[in-house]
Design a protein around this ligand. Structure first.
Ligand code: ZN
Length: 393
């Protein structure tokens, strides 16, 4: 526990804000040195991002001379600390068994638990049961395209493995799938003008109200879509369901000016088994029809993120029994509601899963994790990689 806490403290003290790409190199080099110190062969892989800033990842390996290789994926970037912290977000504060700080759970807790698990497995009696690969990537919190996405595209061999576990999620369940996303802008255009002379122009914003009402119909239809895979506990459904939300409205500058444009930003979540490209097409047809009905000209600018769905039974069984052993209860696979880095690994045909390290209120000013959760994540790692994982401490 002491080693794990020390690593977590050091990681949290480096602010790795994903928006500014802050201190990425420093954090990668720290993880690289810890991985080497515990006996892994570690190196840093760097790419230049589209903004010219460096995107480093740590790739560490340990061989068991086994036929099978497991890849663990974590990320060291964090969301900006935001306002309203009662404690210093970049210095862990401890209340009983609970630790507070930005990234204690998401996902520096995953990195610390992994390194501690490997350290114990490498120095334990039985040795390793599988070859291990470990990736600590950046940019997960901003979509992953220039984090693990660049590795999958330019250095896919770095991810080569028999199965992959992303240590960046919950302990209540493990996931074998995640949802895809369609997001972007609908731009409505109409005639603008002087508000005192609205009889000359009409008001396109007023036409946009019934248009948006119709988008809510689409939202209801999306909500009724059900996946074949179970969802994490929620108040809506046992199965994963579709979602659609209007998330940005942008129009107007002055009280007395009727604008000529309204930009509607939206976020649509697809089922793991759906093709986001097809759903985007379907949504666009629906929206342009409704725009025409309300005398609005509509333009569209969409982006998609693919989900994934691992149906591999063998490796799902391995992850499930390790998770059940550390949690002391039955577990069944679900799909994550969000999009996880596992989807990039899955595009290479590698069965990918998501489990641990747990935690509470991630992305908020009370992000926390307990020592028990960290301990269970470490034990989980040992169950997967060690011949003699030993008991819990
Ligand atoms: Zn995360």
């Amino acid at each position: 526990m002491e080693y794990m806490l020390r690593v977590l403290r050091n990681l949290v003290s480096i602010n790795t804000n994903a928006v500014d790409k802050a201190n990425y190199a420093e954090c990668a080099s720290y993880i690289d040195s810890e991985a080497s110190e515990i006996g892994m062969k570690s190196r840093i892989i760097s790419f230049k991002g589209s903004d010219g800033k460096i995107r480093p990842s740590v790739l560490a390996e340990a061989s068991a001379n086994a036929g099978e290789t497991v890849l663990f994926v974590t990320h060291f970037d964090v969301v900006p600390e935001g306002q309203g912290w009662k404690t210093n977000p970049f210095s862990i504060s401890r209340k009983g068994n609970r630790l507070y700080g930005r990234g204690v759970s998401d996902d520096k807790g995953g990195i610390a638990a992994f390194l501690a698990g490997v350290k114990e497995a490498l120095h334990g009696k039985g040795g390793l049961s599988r070859n291990i690969k470990f990736l600590a990537v950046c940019d997960e919190e901003v979509g992953g395209d220039e984090g693990i996405g660049l590795i999958a595209k330019r250095k896919p061999r770095a991810l080569a493995s028999d199965f992959c576990i992303v240590l960046d999620g919950h302990l209540d369940y493990f996931s074998t799938a995640c949802c895809g996303i369609v997001r972007g802008w609908i731009t409505l255009k109409g005639k603008g003008g002087h508000a005192g002379y609205d009889f000359q122009t009409g008001n396109m914003l007023h036409n946009a109200i019934p248009f948006m009402q119709e988008l809510l119909e689409y939202r209801h239809a999306r909500h009724r879509k059900r996946s074949s895979i179970d969802a994490p506990k929620n108040g809506v459904s046992k199965k994963i369901f579709g979602r659609f939300n209007i998330t940005i409205l942008d129009a107007g500058t002055q009280f007395n000016v009727i604008p000529s444009e309204l930009k509607i930003g939206f976020d649509l979540r697809t089922l793991p088994e759906e093709n986001p490209g097809e759903i985007a097409h379907e949504f666009r047809r629906f929206a342009s029809l409704k725009a025409r009905k309300h005398s609005l000209k509509a333009g569209f600018d969409f982006r998609f993120v693919h989900g994934y769905y691992t149906k591999n039974k063998k490796y799902a069984g391995i992850v499930k029994s390790a998770a059940e052993e550390v949690m002391h209860r039955k577990m069944h696979p679900v799909s994550s509601f969000g999009a996880t880095d596992a989807r990039y690994v899955s595009t290479l045909g590698i069965p990918a899963f998501n489990f641990g390290p747990g935690g509470k209120n991630v992305h908020t000013n009370t992000e926390s994790i307990t020592l028990q959760e960290l301990g269970k994540t470490k034990e989980f790692v040992k169950k997967i990689i060690a011949n003699d994982p030993g008991g819990e401490d």
